[in-house]
Ligand binder design. Structure first.
Ligand code: AMP
Ligand code: GLY
Length: 420
Protein backbone atom coordinates (compact mmCIF):
# COMPACT_ATOMS: atom_id res chain seq x y z
CA UNK A 1 0.00 0.00 0.00
CA UNK A 2 2.41 2.65 1.18
CA UNK A 3 1.77 6.19 2.39
CA UNK A 4 1.23 9.44 0.56
CA UNK A 5 3.37 12.34 1.81
CA UNK A 6 3.52 16.07 1.19
CA UNK A 7 6.93 17.72 1.55
CA UNK A 8 6.79 21.48 2.21
CA UNK A 9 9.66 23.60 0.91
CA UNK A 10 11.77 23.97 -2.19
CA UNK A 11 15.48 23.83 -1.40
CA UNK A 12 18.28 21.30 -1.45
CA UNK A 13 17.05 19.95 1.88
CA UNK A 14 13.64 19.19 0.40
CA UNK A 15 15.22 17.53 -2.65
CA UNK A 16 17.20 15.33 -0.25
CA UNK A 17 14.02 14.52 1.68
CA UNK A 18 12.19 13.59 -1.53
CA UNK A 19 15.07 11.38 -2.64
CA UNK A 20 15.15 9.53 0.68
CA UNK A 21 11.36 9.18 0.71
CA UNK A 22 11.44 7.85 -2.87
CA UNK A 23 13.76 5.09 -1.69
CA UNK A 24 11.47 4.23 1.24
CA UNK A 25 9.32 1.12 0.75
CA UNK A 26 6.73 2.66 3.12
CA UNK A 27 6.10 5.59 0.74
CA UNK A 28 3.77 5.25 -2.24
CA UNK A 29 3.35 8.82 -3.43
CA UNK A 30 5.33 12.05 -2.98
CA UNK A 31 4.02 15.59 -3.41
CA UNK A 32 6.13 18.69 -2.93
CA UNK A 33 5.20 22.33 -2.61
CA UNK A 34 6.57 24.53 -4.04
CA UNK A 35 9.51 22.18 -4.77
CA UNK A 36 12.09 22.88 -7.44
CA UNK A 37 13.15 21.53 -10.82
CA UNK A 38 14.68 18.49 -9.08
CA UNK A 39 11.82 17.46 -6.80
CA UNK A 40 9.38 17.11 -9.72
CA UNK A 41 11.19 13.89 -10.61
CA UNK A 42 9.86 12.15 -7.49
CA UNK A 43 6.18 13.03 -7.90
CA UNK A 44 4.21 16.22 -8.29
CA UNK A 45 5.22 19.78 -7.52
CA UNK A 46 2.44 22.12 -6.40
CA UNK A 47 2.44 25.90 -6.40
CA UNK A 48 1.45 26.68 -2.81
CA UNK A 49 4.28 28.62 -1.14
CA UNK A 50 5.48 27.48 2.29
CA UNK A 51 4.16 30.76 3.72
CA UNK A 52 0.51 30.08 2.77
CA UNK A 53 -0.68 28.07 5.78
CA UNK A 54 -4.34 27.89 4.71
CA UNK A 55 -3.28 26.87 1.21
CA UNK A 56 -1.08 24.10 2.63
CA UNK A 57 -3.96 22.78 4.76
CA UNK A 58 -6.30 22.79 1.79
CA UNK A 59 -3.69 21.03 -0.38
CA UNK A 60 -3.00 18.36 2.27
CA UNK A 61 -6.72 17.61 2.53
CA UNK A 62 -7.27 17.61 -1.21
CA UNK A 63 -4.37 15.18 -1.77
CA UNK A 64 -5.53 13.05 1.18
CA UNK A 65 -1.93 12.78 2.36
CA UNK A 66 -1.09 10.44 5.23
CA UNK A 67 1.36 12.96 6.69
CA UNK A 68 3.23 16.18 5.97
CA UNK A 69 7.00 16.71 6.24
CA UNK A 70 7.88 20.37 6.78
CA UNK A 71 11.30 21.47 5.53
CA UNK A 72 11.71 25.13 6.58
CA UNK A 73 11.12 26.73 9.99
CA UNK A 74 8.86 29.64 9.05
CA UNK A 75 5.62 27.66 8.53
CA UNK A 76 6.28 25.83 11.83
CA UNK A 77 6.64 29.16 13.64
CA UNK A 78 3.37 30.17 11.94
CA UNK A 79 1.59 27.16 13.44
CA UNK A 80 1.36 24.82 10.43
CA UNK A 81 1.83 21.70 12.57
CA UNK A 82 -0.88 22.82 15.04
CA UNK A 83 -3.35 23.38 12.23
CA UNK A 84 -2.56 20.07 10.51
CA UNK A 85 -2.96 18.14 13.76
CA UNK A 86 -6.28 19.91 14.32
CA UNK A 87 -7.60 18.39 11.10
CA UNK A 88 -6.14 14.98 11.88
CA UNK A 89 -3.07 15.02 9.63
CA UNK A 90 0.21 13.99 11.32
CA UNK A 91 3.06 16.43 10.81
CA UNK A 92 6.82 15.95 10.89
CA UNK A 93 7.85 19.27 12.39
CA UNK A 94 6.99 20.69 15.81
CA UNK A 95 4.03 22.79 16.85
CA UNK A 96 4.31 26.54 17.29
CA UNK A 97 5.20 26.36 20.98
CA UNK A 98 8.38 24.37 20.26
CA UNK A 99 9.15 26.12 16.96
CA UNK A 100 9.97 29.11 19.17
CA UNK A 101 13.21 27.29 20.01
CA UNK A 102 14.33 28.58 16.62
CA UNK A 103 12.01 31.58 16.32
CA UNK A 104 13.23 33.24 19.52
CA UNK A 105 16.80 33.14 20.82
CA UNK A 106 15.54 34.28 24.24
CA UNK A 107 12.97 31.47 24.36
CA UNK A 108 15.73 28.98 23.46
CA UNK A 109 18.00 30.35 26.21
CA UNK A 110 15.20 30.08 28.76
CA UNK A 111 14.46 26.50 27.66
CA UNK A 112 18.15 25.61 28.02
CA UNK A 113 18.25 27.17 31.48
CA UNK A 114 15.16 25.20 32.50
CA UNK A 115 16.60 21.97 31.10
CA UNK A 116 20.09 22.63 32.51
CA UNK A 117 21.78 22.52 29.11
CA UNK A 118 25.21 24.18 28.63
CA UNK A 119 25.18 27.27 26.43
CA UNK A 120 26.84 30.71 26.37
CA UNK A 121 25.84 33.20 29.09
CA UNK A 122 24.06 36.26 27.79
CA UNK A 123 22.77 39.71 28.62
CA UNK A 124 19.42 41.01 27.44
CA UNK A 125 19.69 44.63 26.30
CA UNK A 126 16.80 46.99 25.67
CA UNK A 127 16.35 50.70 25.03
CA UNK A 128 17.25 51.55 28.64
CA UNK A 129 20.58 49.63 28.60
CA UNK A 130 23.92 51.42 28.55
CA UNK A 131 25.39 49.58 25.55
CA UNK A 132 29.02 50.54 26.24
CA UNK A 133 28.91 49.16 29.80
CA UNK A 134 27.76 45.80 28.46
CA UNK A 135 30.32 45.81 25.64
CA UNK A 136 33.11 46.69 28.11
CA UNK A 137 32.20 43.71 30.27
CA UNK A 138 32.74 41.37 27.31
CA UNK A 139 35.51 43.29 25.51
CA UNK A 140 38.25 40.63 25.86
CA UNK A 141 36.65 38.53 23.11
CA UNK A 142 34.55 39.15 19.98
CA UNK A 143 31.01 40.31 20.72
CA UNK A 144 28.22 37.92 19.74
CA UNK A 145 24.96 39.76 19.17
CA UNK A 146 21.72 37.94 18.40
CA UNK A 147 18.39 39.32 17.32
CA UNK A 148 15.40 37.67 18.96
CA UNK A 149 13.42 37.06 15.76
CA UNK A 150 13.48 34.70 12.78
CA UNK A 151 15.93 36.54 10.56
CA UNK A 152 16.70 34.03 7.82
CA UNK A 153 20.33 33.61 8.88
CA UNK A 154 20.93 37.37 9.19
CA UNK A 155 20.13 37.70 12.88
CA UNK A 156 23.60 37.08 14.33
CA UNK A 157 26.67 39.31 14.24
CA UNK A 158 30.03 38.20 15.62
CA UNK A 159 32.42 41.15 15.61
CA UNK A 160 35.34 42.84 17.35
CA UNK A 161 34.41 46.17 15.77
CA UNK A 162 32.75 48.28 18.49
CA UNK A 163 31.06 50.59 16.01
CA UNK A 164 29.51 47.65 14.16
CA UNK A 165 28.44 46.08 17.47
CA UNK A 166 26.78 49.28 18.68
CA UNK A 167 24.99 49.82 15.38
CA UNK A 168 23.64 46.27 15.27
CA UNK A 169 22.48 46.48 18.89
CA UNK A 170 20.76 49.81 18.31
CA UNK A 171 19.03 48.65 15.11
CA UNK A 172 17.90 45.40 16.73
CA UNK A 173 16.53 47.12 19.85
CA UNK A 174 14.72 49.60 17.65
CA UNK A 175 13.03 46.93 15.53
CA UNK A 176 12.59 44.11 18.09
CA UNK A 177 12.55 45.86 21.49
CA UNK A 178 15.55 43.91 22.82
CA UNK A 179 18.64 41.99 21.74
CA UNK A 180 20.96 39.34 23.21
CA UNK A 181 24.65 39.94 23.82
CA UNK A 182 26.26 36.55 24.26
CA UNK A 183 29.57 35.24 25.53
CA UNK A 184 31.84 34.20 22.66
CA UNK A 185 32.40 30.45 22.65
CA UNK A 186 35.69 29.39 21.08
CA UNK A 187 35.91 25.96 19.50
CA UNK A 188 34.76 23.90 16.53
CA UNK A 189 31.16 23.70 15.39
CA UNK A 190 29.15 20.59 14.55
CA UNK A 191 25.51 19.84 13.90
CA UNK A 192 23.59 17.09 15.65
CA UNK A 193 20.19 16.30 14.20
CA UNK A 194 17.88 14.57 16.67
CA UNK A 195 14.60 13.03 15.52
CA UNK A 196 12.17 13.24 18.42
CA UNK A 197 8.64 12.56 19.55
CA UNK A 198 6.77 11.98 22.79
CA UNK A 199 8.09 8.42 23.07
CA UNK A 200 11.82 8.91 22.46
CA UNK A 201 14.56 10.29 20.27
CA UNK A 202 17.13 9.14 17.73
CA UNK A 203 20.43 10.99 17.19
CA UNK A 204 21.45 10.99 13.54
CA UNK A 205 25.20 10.93 12.80
CA UNK A 206 26.81 14.34 13.51
CA UNK A 207 27.75 16.52 10.56
CA UNK A 208 29.65 19.72 9.88
CA UNK A 209 28.56 22.64 7.74
CA UNK A 210 30.77 25.32 6.12
CA UNK A 211 29.01 28.60 6.80
CA UNK A 212 31.43 31.09 5.27
CA UNK A 213 31.26 31.82 1.56
CA UNK A 214 34.91 31.29 0.64
CA UNK A 215 37.76 28.81 1.15
CA UNK A 216 39.55 28.80 4.48
CA UNK A 217 36.34 29.92 6.25
CA UNK A 218 36.73 33.43 4.88
CA UNK A 219 34.09 35.85 3.65
CA UNK A 220 30.50 36.50 4.62
CA UNK A 221 28.19 34.05 6.37
CA UNK A 222 25.88 32.01 4.14
CA UNK A 223 23.15 29.43 4.61
CA UNK A 224 25.89 26.81 4.24
CA UNK A 225 28.30 26.08 1.38
CA UNK A 226 28.86 22.36 1.93
CA UNK A 227 28.78 19.67 4.58
CA UNK A 228 29.99 16.22 5.43
CA UNK A 229 28.87 13.43 7.70
CA UNK A 230 29.91 11.92 10.03
CA UNK A 231 32.03 14.72 11.54
CA UNK A 232 35.02 13.21 13.37
CA UNK A 233 35.22 16.25 15.69
CA UNK A 234 32.36 14.57 17.53
CA UNK A 235 34.33 11.66 18.95
CA UNK A 236 32.59 8.85 20.85
CA UNK A 237 33.48 10.57 24.13
CA UNK A 238 32.04 13.90 22.98
CA UNK A 239 28.99 12.16 21.57
CA UNK A 240 28.41 10.68 25.00
CA UNK A 241 28.63 14.14 26.60
CA UNK A 242 26.23 15.60 24.02
CA UNK A 243 23.73 12.87 24.88
CA UNK A 244 24.15 13.20 28.61
CA UNK A 245 24.30 16.99 28.91
CA UNK A 246 22.22 18.22 25.99
CA UNK A 247 20.01 15.80 24.10
CA UNK A 248 18.84 13.76 27.10
CA UNK A 249 17.94 16.81 29.22
CA UNK A 250 16.22 18.54 26.29
CA UNK A 251 14.16 15.42 25.61
CA UNK A 252 13.17 15.14 29.27
CA UNK A 253 12.25 18.83 29.31
CA UNK A 254 10.29 18.79 26.04
CA UNK A 255 8.52 15.51 26.66
CA UNK A 256 7.30 16.75 30.06
CA UNK A 257 5.11 19.27 28.27
CA UNK A 258 1.55 18.77 27.18
CA UNK A 259 2.55 19.22 23.55
CA UNK A 260 5.33 16.81 22.59
CA UNK A 261 8.15 17.77 20.22
CA UNK A 262 7.57 15.89 16.97
CA UNK A 263 10.13 16.38 14.25
CA UNK A 264 13.85 17.00 14.15
CA UNK A 265 15.70 19.16 16.65
CA UNK A 266 18.84 20.59 15.10
CA UNK A 267 21.41 21.10 17.81
CA UNK A 268 24.14 23.53 16.72
CA UNK A 269 27.15 22.62 18.85
CA UNK A 270 30.36 24.36 19.78
CA UNK A 271 32.98 21.94 21.07
CA UNK A 272 35.67 23.61 23.14
CA UNK A 273 39.34 22.70 23.56
CA UNK A 274 38.51 20.36 26.46
CA UNK A 275 35.98 18.46 24.36
CA UNK A 276 33.05 19.99 26.20
CA UNK A 277 29.97 20.69 24.05
CA UNK A 278 27.83 23.85 24.26
CA UNK A 279 24.67 24.72 22.35
CA UNK A 280 25.12 27.61 19.93
CA UNK A 281 21.61 27.40 18.53
CA UNK A 282 18.58 25.21 18.09
CA UNK A 283 16.75 24.86 14.81
CA UNK A 284 13.46 23.02 14.54
CA UNK A 285 14.12 21.45 11.13
CA UNK A 286 16.80 19.65 9.18
CA UNK A 287 19.83 21.76 8.34
CA UNK A 288 20.51 22.65 4.74
CA UNK A 289 23.00 21.30 3.52
CA UNK A 290 23.39 18.96 6.56
CA UNK A 291 20.24 17.11 5.48
CA UNK A 292 21.83 16.21 2.14
CA UNK A 293 24.67 14.32 3.88
CA UNK A 294 22.77 12.88 6.85
CA UNK A 295 19.77 11.20 5.23
CA UNK A 296 21.89 9.06 2.85
CA UNK A 297 23.56 7.47 5.88
CA UNK A 298 20.27 6.18 7.28
CA UNK A 299 19.80 2.53 6.36
CA UNK A 300 16.28 2.36 7.78
CA UNK A 301 13.20 3.37 5.75
CA UNK A 302 13.31 7.18 6.13
CA UNK A 303 9.58 7.48 5.35
CA UNK A 304 8.84 5.14 8.25
CA UNK A 305 11.18 7.08 10.55
CA UNK A 306 9.57 10.45 9.77
CA UNK A 307 6.05 9.02 10.04
CA UNK A 308 6.93 7.39 13.36
CA UNK A 309 8.15 10.73 14.73
CA UNK A 310 4.91 12.37 13.56
CA UNK A 311 2.82 9.80 15.43
CA UNK A 312 4.80 9.19 18.65
CA UNK A 313 5.95 5.76 17.48
CA UNK A 314 9.71 6.40 17.55
CA UNK A 315 10.38 4.18 20.55
CA UNK A 316 9.07 1.24 18.50
CA UNK A 317 11.24 2.07 15.48
CA UNK A 318 14.66 0.58 15.03
CA UNK A 319 17.03 2.93 13.21
CA UNK A 320 20.19 1.62 11.58
CA UNK A 321 22.96 3.69 9.99
CA UNK A 322 25.33 2.92 7.15
CA UNK A 323 29.04 2.80 7.85
CA UNK A 324 29.84 5.28 5.11
CA UNK A 325 30.81 8.91 4.53
CA UNK A 326 28.80 11.57 2.73
CA UNK A 327 29.94 14.94 1.47
CA UNK A 328 28.06 17.66 -0.38
CA UNK A 329 29.29 20.81 -2.17
CA UNK A 330 26.98 23.75 -2.75
CA UNK A 331 27.08 25.66 -6.04
CA UNK A 332 25.93 29.26 -5.53
CA UNK A 333 24.89 32.00 -7.93
CA UNK A 334 27.14 34.93 -8.74
CA UNK A 335 26.67 37.55 -6.04
CA UNK A 336 25.46 35.12 -3.34
CA UNK A 337 25.08 35.71 -0.39
CA UNK A 338 24.64 39.43 -1.01
CA UNK A 339 22.54 39.74 -4.16
CA UNK A 340 22.30 36.57 -6.19
CA UNK A 341 21.99 36.88 -9.97
CA UNK A 342 19.26 34.49 -11.10
CA UNK A 343 17.74 33.28 -14.36
CA UNK A 344 20.90 31.91 -15.96
CA UNK A 345 21.04 28.58 -17.83
CA UNK A 346 22.56 25.58 -16.04
CA UNK A 347 24.25 22.89 -18.10
CA UNK A 348 25.23 19.42 -16.90
CA UNK A 349 22.19 18.41 -14.87
CA UNK A 350 21.27 15.40 -16.98
CA UNK A 351 20.35 12.64 -14.53
CA UNK A 352 22.29 10.12 -16.62
CA UNK A 353 25.43 11.83 -15.26
CA UNK A 354 24.34 10.95 -11.70
CA UNK A 355 24.80 7.56 -10.12
CA UNK A 356 23.64 5.70 -7.02
CA UNK A 357 26.62 7.13 -5.13
CA UNK A 358 26.94 10.64 -6.63
CA UNK A 359 24.03 12.91 -7.45
CA UNK A 360 22.83 16.48 -7.73
CA UNK A 361 20.34 17.92 -5.25
CA UNK A 362 18.49 20.83 -6.78
CA UNK A 363 17.83 23.93 -4.69
CA UNK A 364 17.40 27.23 -6.55
CA UNK A 365 16.54 25.71 -9.92
CA UNK A 366 13.55 26.01 -12.22
CA UNK A 367 12.79 25.53 -15.92
CA UNK A 368 12.37 28.19 -18.59
CA UNK A 369 9.70 28.23 -21.35
CA UNK A 370 11.62 25.67 -23.38
CA UNK A 371 12.03 23.32 -20.43
CA UNK A 372 15.72 23.99 -19.82
CA UNK A 373 17.16 24.35 -16.33
CA UNK A 374 17.79 27.88 -15.09
CA UNK A 375 18.98 29.24 -11.75
CA UNK A 376 16.31 30.74 -9.51
CA UNK A 377 18.01 31.18 -6.14
CA UNK A 378 21.20 31.95 -4.26
CA UNK A 379 22.19 28.40 -3.47
CA UNK A 380 21.44 26.70 -6.78
CA UNK A 381 22.25 23.05 -6.15
CA UNK A 382 24.57 20.76 -4.28
CA UNK A 383 26.46 17.67 -5.37
CA UNK A 384 26.46 14.81 -2.88
CA UNK A 385 28.48 11.60 -2.82
CA UNK A 386 28.51 8.63 -0.51
CA UNK A 387 31.61 6.45 -0.29
CA UNK A 388 33.57 4.27 2.09
CA UNK A 389 35.93 7.15 2.86
CA UNK A 390 35.48 10.91 3.15
CA UNK A 391 38.27 11.48 0.63
CA UNK A 392 36.50 9.34 -1.98
CA UNK A 393 33.17 11.09 -1.33
CA UNK A 394 34.92 14.43 -1.72
CA UNK A 395 36.68 13.46 -4.97
CA UNK A 396 33.50 12.10 -6.55
CA UNK A 397 31.51 15.20 -5.63
CA UNK A 398 34.11 17.56 -7.09
CA UNK A 399 34.31 15.44 -10.27
CA UNK A 400 30.55 15.63 -10.76
CA UNK A 401 30.52 19.35 -9.95
CA UNK A 402 33.10 19.94 -12.70
CA UNK A 403 30.50 18.77 -15.25
CA UNK A 404 28.10 21.55 -14.31
CA UNK A 405 28.25 24.98 -15.93
CA UNK A 406 26.52 28.05 -14.51
CA UNK A 407 27.90 31.40 -15.56
CA UNK A 408 29.43 33.37 -12.67
CA UNK A 409 28.69 30.67 -10.09
CA UNK A 410 31.00 29.93 -7.17
CA UNK A 411 31.65 27.09 -4.74
CA UNK A 412 34.19 26.26 -2.07
CA UNK A 413 37.05 23.99 -3.04
CA UNK A 414 37.87 22.91 0.53
CA UNK A 415 34.74 21.13 1.75
CA UNK A 416 35.73 18.62 4.41
CA UNK A 417 39.09 20.31 5.08
CA UNK A 418 38.83 19.98 8.86
CA UNK A 419 38.41 16.24 8.66
CA UNK A 420 40.77 15.42 5.79
P1 AMP B 1 23.30 31.11 15.23
O1 AMP B 1 22.29 31.65 14.26
O2 AMP B 1 22.92 31.32 16.66
O3 AMP B 1 23.68 29.72 14.90
O4 AMP B 1 24.67 31.89 14.95
C1 AMP B 1 25.26 31.91 13.67
C2 AMP B 1 26.72 31.58 13.77
O5 AMP B 1 27.37 32.53 14.63
C3 AMP B 1 27.04 30.23 14.41
O6 AMP B 1 26.99 29.21 13.48
C4 AMP B 1 28.43 30.46 14.96
O7 AMP B 1 29.39 30.33 13.93
C5 AMP B 1 28.39 31.90 15.38
N1 AMP B 1 28.05 32.01 16.81
C6 AMP B 1 26.83 32.10 17.36
N2 AMP B 1 26.89 32.17 18.70
C7 AMP B 1 28.19 32.10 19.02
C8 AMP B 1 28.92 32.14 20.26
N3 AMP B 1 28.30 32.29 21.44
N4 AMP B 1 30.25 32.05 20.21
C9 AMP B 1 30.90 31.93 19.02
N5 AMP B 1 30.29 31.91 17.83
C10 AMP B 1 28.95 32.01 17.82
N1 GLY C 1 23.17 24.87 7.53
C1 GLY C 1 22.70 25.62 8.63
C2 GLY C 1 21.26 25.65 8.78
O1 GLY C 1 20.53 24.96 8.10
O2 GLY C 1 20.77 26.39 9.63
Amino acid sequence: MGRCVLVVGGGGREHALCLALSESPSIREIHTTPGNAGTEHFGSNHDIPASDISGLLELSQRLKVDFVVVGPEAPLCDGLADRLINIGIPCFGPQRLHAELEGSKLFAKQAMEAAGVPTAEYDLLDASSDINTYLDARSHEPWVIKRDVLAGGKGVVVTSDRKEAIEFIQQSVQSDGHVLLERFLPGEEASMLVVMDKSGFVCLPPSQDHKRAYDGDEGPNTGGMGAYCPAPVVTDAIHEKVLERIVGPMFTYLSSMEIPYRGVLYVGLMIDQYGDPYVVEFNVRFGDPECQVTLPLIDTDVGELLFASSTDALSKTDVVFKRAHALTIVLASEGYPKTAIKGRPIVGLDRSLDSATTWVSHAGTSRNETGDFISSGGRVLSVTSVADSLQKARDSSYQRLAQIILDGSHHRSDIGHRAL
